[in-house]
Design a protein around this ligand. Structure first.
Ligand code: ADP
Length: 611
């Protein structure tokens, strides 16, 4: 007998604790759904408590009737509020809600009558009333059990486990009830009582974890999703090119992560950067409510609406918000969802900050391009005029020059040409960035291009350098924009001369092997430190060393060269030994000889062009 009592006491205590826990959870988060679940489980706790009290001190008369009424009302309310809890997430139709409400009312009347009046009626009537009470409870809880179980199939793992725990817990209680009612005399045996009490007790933690699962359990449930989540966060942090893109991905993931209906990101100015599954008006309402709140933590839930969690994003330019909203298939937001969202928010913050820096850099780059474009075009006009007058001066068309004038004219002319080349480089770079650069690929013998480029640099030789060119005997066919490739090679040769101030040979070698033609330009100049290599091919990238700082240049030559080479299926590489010299190599794909080109070759090159 003691064992029976102990089992009954323990179970009653378990349910009281469960009621208290839900009430506490509701107190913390104030959701409509949490509220309904709390009403249900607190009612159940009251039933468990009063029934136990009555058993212990065997009340009679009016006191017994009051306890009976409390027990019946509590019992039916616990069932009805499970249905209302379901309604908060998976809304019932207005019709169904009405029917449920009337059914609840009728059941309460039947329950009250059962206690007060029917005790005088016959056994059949009381039994019928008893059945009605139990049937009502089974319907109220049974329907949500099935719905939650069905809906749990398409939600993230933690949500799924929680919904199933709730379904399972209430199903356990139904099973015990049904067994108690239909079990007949078997139910009266002490062993059966202990067994049913212990099963009911076992349902307490099962139901508890459905609304407040401990971290470790959540971790176990989420294990399968962990890898996916890591990948998602990495994706967010590294691969999102713009703030918009990042915000969109981040809301998508927040939604999946929490199994939410909707998610949104609002920037510090209050603009909705991205939202999914929730309309703008609702977002503004949620955020507005959040801003009024004095606490720095979590936004609670709006009365009469689906639950929402909002967490701040601490950005450099102010506080933004990341939020998720619950919907029909996303019941059970709890404290762990809140923690999870906060953790996720810090990743999103980091991502947004990074993107902002990148965007700022991109804006600066764009300004540079605009400047390049403007300056180069504006300079070109006046310089053309200056060039005209200088050549007239040199040619004596503006009258005779005196001795000093005759010496100065070629210097001015050379400098004007240098400036002109510079402006052409700037214009070419601006075209490249605007996507306005048009290549004219034609069949060329690369030997001709290399020789022409070298010849164009010879006038710049100062006697300290010697250019040695080696080309194969047979033509090296390439299909390229000849002028552009000539510019690339002459720039390499000019650099080789410029960056070997002490003189020395410059070796230009052309070889063709394995379908690739390579033009290497080797000098014995200052060379380039390994750490400086990455900046060579960047726009305006120049290496600053005491030996080369005084040399004129824009830092555009190699940048343009590499871009132009790449546009034609080629590449420029560098190999350097600081203090001993450098070798720059232009690689270009070899084309079939122009006259023997097959139809297939033509098709291929047409394909290349369209790429
Ligand atoms: P520029 O010569 O106008 O500065 P480039 O783009 O042609 O621009 O070259 C970029 C930088 O690379 C140069 O400023 C120089 O520091 C380095 N560089 C290029 N060619 C050589 C070379 N042959 N030897 C050493 N340094 C070189």
């Amino acid at each position: 007998m003691l064992a029976v009592r102990l089992a009954q006491d323990l179970t009653a205590l378990g349910f009281v604790a469960l009621g208290a826990a839900t009430a506490w959870e509701w107190y913390r988060f104030r959701g409509k759904a949490q509220g309904r679940l709390a009403v249900s489980l607190v009612s159940l706790a009251v039933v468990a408590a009063v029934v136990r009290v009555q058993d212990l001190i065997s009340l009679s008369g009016a006191a017994a009737a009051v306890v009976g009424i409390v027990a019946i009302v509590g019992f039916e309310a616990s069932g009805y509020y499970v249905l209302m809890f379901r309604d908060a997430f998976l809304p019932l139709s207005p019709r169904a809600r009405q029917v449920a409400f009337i059914f609840f009312g009728v059941t309460l009347v039947v329950g009250l009558a059962d206690i007060t009046l029917l005790s005088r009626a016959g056994r059949v009537v009381t039994t019928a009333a008893g059945f009605e009470l139990i049937a009502a409870w089974v319907v109220f809880t049974g329907e949500p059990i099935v719905r939650f179980w069905v809906a749990s199939r398409n939600v993230p793992s933690v949500q799924r486990a929680r919904m199933r725990a709730l379904s399972f817990g209430f199903a356990g209680l139904i099973a015990i009830l049904v067994f108690d009612v239909f079990g007949g005399s078997a139910v009266q045996s002490p062993a059966a009582i202990i067994a049913t009490q212990l099963i009911a007790l076992a349902m307490v933690p099962v139901i508890y974890v459905s609304f407040a699962p401990p971290g470790i359990l959540r971790a176990v449930w989420r294990m399968g999703e962990a890898a996916e989540l890591r990948a998602a966060i990495q994706d967010l942090l590294i691969f999102s090119p713009t703030r918009q893109d990042l915000a969109e991905k981040a809301t998508g993931w927040a939604k999946r992560l929490l199994g939410a209906q909707g998610a949104f990101i609002v920037d510090p100015e209050g603009t909705i950067v991205a939202s999914t599954g929730v309309d703008d008006a609702e977002v503004l309402e949620i955020v507005g409510a959040r801003k009024g709140a004095s606490d720095g933590g979590i936004q609670a839930l709006r009365p009469g609406r689906a639950a929402a969690i909002v967490t701040p994003l601490q950005l450099t330019d102010g506080t933004g918000f990341l939020g998720v909203t619950a919907g029909p298939f996303t019941p059970l937001f709890g404290s762990d969802e809140v923690n999870q969202l906060q953790g996720y928010a810090s990743s999103v913050t980091a991502g947004l900050e990074r993107v902002q820096v990148t965007e700022r850099l991109a804006a600066i780059e764009k300004n540079k391009t605009q400047f390049l474009n403007l300056a180069s075009h504006e300079l070109r006009g006046p310089l053309t005029v200056v060039r005209g007058y200088v050549s007239m001066l040199e040619g004596g068309l503006l009258g005779d020059l005196n001795e000093r004038g005759r010496k100065a004219a070629p210097v001015i002319s050379a400098k004007v040409l240098e400036m002109n080349a510079l402006i052409e480089q700037m214009i070419e770079a601006a075209r490249l960035e605007d996507g306005a650069l048009l290549l004219r690929p034609e069949a060329n013998d690369l030997r001709d291009i290399v020789n022409a480029a070298v010849e164009s640099e010879r006038p710049a030789l100062d006697g300290q350098h010697d250019i040695r060119v080696k080309c194969p005997d047979r033509p090296v066919h390439v299909r390229v924009d000849g002028e552009r490739v000539k510019t690339i090679v002459s720039n390499l040769v000019s650099n080789a001369i410029k960056y070997s101030p002490k003189g020395g040979p410059v070796d230009v070698d052309l070889v063709s092997r394995g379908g690739i033609a390579r033009v290497s330009v080797k000098d014995q100049g200052v060379g380039i430190a390994k750490g400086d290599l990455p900046i060579l091919f960047t726009r305006f990238g120049r290496v600053s060393t005491p030996e080369t700082d005084h040399l004129p240049g824009t830092g555009l030559g190699l940048y343009l060269g590499r871009q132009l080479a790449r546009l034609q299926g080629g590449e420029i590489t560098v190999d350097s030994d600081p203090g001993r010299g450098s070798t720059f190599t232009l690689h270009l794909p070899v084309a079939p000889p122009p006259d023997t080109r097959s139809a297939q070759g033509r098709r291929q090159s047409a394909g290349n062009r369209s790429n």
